[in-house]
Design a protein around this ligand. Structure first.
Ligand code: SF4
Length: 115
């Protein structure tokens, strides 16, 4: 199995190809939001990003403390598989509370720490 050192792609310009860097609107509020609908929108943007794997590898290596990176929601270096809305959970789950499932590239799966 490859270690993260072998998977990190040096930034030789790939960041300039990212959907978040090339967006005409500022997106930081989406990628670092507590709101499920913002997080869902950020993940959807990542899902169509041509450099998602490079971004996710970097986030894993840096143990990102927070935010959406490479299609995944990070908290304290781990990927949160679910995030609940604040307050008491509804008896019947709301469809809008479901975060999109963005597949993790196979070569990065062994390196992912989940919570
Ligand atoms: S995967 Fe998401 S956070 Fe990473 S560069 Fe692409 S759009 Fe930005």
């Amino acid at each position: 199995m490859l270690g993260i050192e072998q998977l990190i792609v040096p930034d030789d310009g790939w960041r300039a190809l990212s959907r978040c860097a090339t967006s005409p609107e500022p997106l930081a509020d989406l990628f670092f939001s507590e709101e499920l609908h913002d997080i869902a929108r950020a993940k959807a943007i990542c899902a169509e990003c041509p450099v998602m794997a490079e971004c996710l590898a970097g986030a894993i290596e840096r143990e990102e403390p927070y935010g959406v990176w490479g299609g995944q929601l990070f908290l304290n270096g781990k990927v949160l598989m679910q995030k609940r809305r604040r307050g008491r959970p509804p008896k019947v789950p709301r469809p809008e509370d479901h975060l999109p499932d963005v597949p993790v590239p196979e070569h990065l799966r062994p390196l992912l720490r989940t919570a």
